[in-house]
Design a binder for this molecule. Structure first.
Ligand SMILES: [Zn+2]
Length: 364
């Protein structure tokens, strides 16, 4: 994913910044700079100090979000879940893990670790602030203590907000874990998602009644997140007992590496698939998809070859693999199709469309 930038790694987990995050950070810094105390630094002079403090506070706020995510990841790793990376987005952080622990008590602890971390950071900051300010109220004006106060307040809000029992917040996961003790995982997800949606609707109505548009906006985010989680859980559980070989296409249409990109475009129109394995003399060389073509300017298409634009890193799955694992690979790497390879031989191709079709058939 080129839309995010890796900045380092902690506990062996790559930490990435998403492009939306790089855009929102200056916005946060600016909001801190123009807001009056106690939620900003607009009274601080000279302007250079004001903006430096605002930027520092925005950065520290996102460090807090990173710590929240790391707490989730730390417990997940202890329960044997692989963490691919942590990405900081516009709305906070996302830990990308291969799967959630299915053991309800493990999922509950993992979900709770994030908000707990935020609350601890928040209360420590507020405690330090209170301890220094009470004997010496003049310090409340000092920029350093203002920063501590803002960080404290924001972390408490972050912790409490994430404990709301609604997907996609951490509280939604805790709730699902509680439900999952009494019912199946899919049912538990549906029930927790229903609570999340109900909550989102109440929140939207409340916001409209008091005339604050932030509430409907956050409510929409919660509603979409709840539906998304419901769908993806249902999909992976449904596909768990399906084998790749039963749903893959075994008639593999391949292309030659020396085909020109222009010819490939025509070939795609005729064959109606959006991606093909690239084969030469029975040997698999790579994969080429419509996305690869889109990166080539029209004028260069007659001169470039398939071998120039194909992806060489091949992501594959064996034919006796589970369809649910295929789904994880496809969505985790954001690709459209997987090659099915047994003992070095290409035996089929499994596309997102194949999975979607199977899901439709099985859930109807
Ligand atoms: Zn969290």
């Amino acid at each position: 994913m080129r839309s995010s930038l890796k900045i380092g790694s902690v506990m062996g987990i790559p930490i990435k910044l998403h492009i939306t995050f790089l855009l929102i950070l200056p916005v946060f810094a600016y909001v801190f700079a123009i807001n009056p105390q106690p939620f900003g630094f607009s009274g601080v002079e000279p302007p250079l100090t004001r903006y430096a403090l605002s930027t520092l506070t925005a950065v520290l706020l996102f460090v807090s979000i990173l710590l929240h995510e790391l707490a989730h990841s730390y417990l997940a790793m202890r329960y044997g879940v692989n963490i691919d990376s942590i990405t900081l987005f516009l709305f906070g952080g996302v830990s990308s893990m291969e799967e959630m622990p299915r053991e309800p008590s493990e999922e509950a602890k993992m979900a709770f670790a994030g908000p707990l971390t935020s609350l601890v950071i928040g209360f420590v900051c507020l405690f330090v602030y209170g301890n220094f300010i009470t004997p010496n109220p003049a310090l409340a004006e000092s920029p350093v203590f203002l920063t501590i106060w803002i960080l404290g307040a924001m972390n408490v809000v972050l912790g409490v907000f994430n404990l709301l029992p609604a997907f996609p917040m951490d509280g939604g996961r805790v709730l699902r874990a509680l439900y999952a003790r009494k019912m199946s995982y899919v049912k538990a997800t549906q029930s927790a998602a229903a609570v999340g949606k109900f909550f989102a609707i109440l929140m939207a109505i409340f916001g409209i009644l008091i005339g604050n548009l932030w509430f409907p906006l956050i409510a929409l985010f919660i509603y979409v997140g709840a539906s998304e989680e419901e769908r993806s859980t249902q999909a992976s559980v449904t596909l768990e007992n399906v084998l790749v070989r039963d749903i893959m296409s075994s008639e593999v249409v391949s292309v030659h590496p020396s085909m020109s990109v222009e010819d490939l475009v025509h070939f795609m129109f005729e064959n109606k698939h959006m991606g093909y394995p690239v084969m030469e003399g029975g040997i698999l060389k790579g994969v080429v998809s419509f996305t690869d073509i889109q990166r080539v300017p029209t004028l260069e298409r007659p001169v470039l070859l398939v071998s120039d634009i194909m992806t060489k890193g091949i992501i594959s799955i064996p034919s006796d693999g589970q369809a649910s694992d295929a789904l994880k690979l496809l969505s985790g790497r954001n690709i459209g199709r997987l090659l099915v390879i047994d003992n070095g031989n290409l035996v089929g191709i499994l596309s997102r469309t194949d999975l979607v079709r199977t899901l439709k058939l099985m859930t109807e």
